[in-house]
Ligand binder design. Sequence first.
Ligand code: TMP
Length: 201
Amino acid sequence: GEKYAEFDGKGMLYHAFSCFFFERLHKQGIATHFIERCSPIAMRVHKLRIVPLEMVYRRIAAGSLCKRTGLPKGEQLREPIVEPYYKRDVLGDPILAPAHIFLMELVSPTAYKQLVQQTRVLGDLLTTWLREVDFELVDMKLEFGWDVHSSLLLGDEISPDTMRIWDRHTGESHDKDVFRHDLAPLIPRYQEVARRLQIDV
Ligand code: TMP
């Protein structure tokens, strides 16, 4: 929200990424809000009541983790961590401790455990898929919600806008940091991720 730009074909590219990941997750038996692709720019999804938390999975230090902890950018974490951020624009989406989450009754302790566990599973899977095509998943943001049956499902999108991806050999960013820090033209970097994953765009 702090920097604005428009890119030709961005919507179609993000749609293609999200459909690809949701379909691949379904093949692994992981339920998400995704039902089907309707067109190159639309998908049908289950309606969710969105959990007011953004769940961030991290494997390598970058972004706000470095600012918060002083860890150097690029440091491999001993094991992946999961952090909850409060979806409240007026507060600047702050990181919360579980005590705050339960204090405000944002989700129950059981649901929180489920959110952390699902975030880990999804992060580990995406890490594997990206490694297969020589990318390193650095971190990723996921959003979940409850469907009409009160099942917790992955929602929102999965694209290079919601994760950090580095080339395993060159260390080049192929994610929104390219735009955030004016590193290079953005769309070709995203297209390279799509090309390696054999996503039709
Ligand atoms: P951060 O280092 O800025 O906290 O970001 C961690 C990850 O979450 C990174 O992959 C980018 C993603 N993210 C979003 O998708 N949306 C957001 O609003 C924020 C703050 C981060």
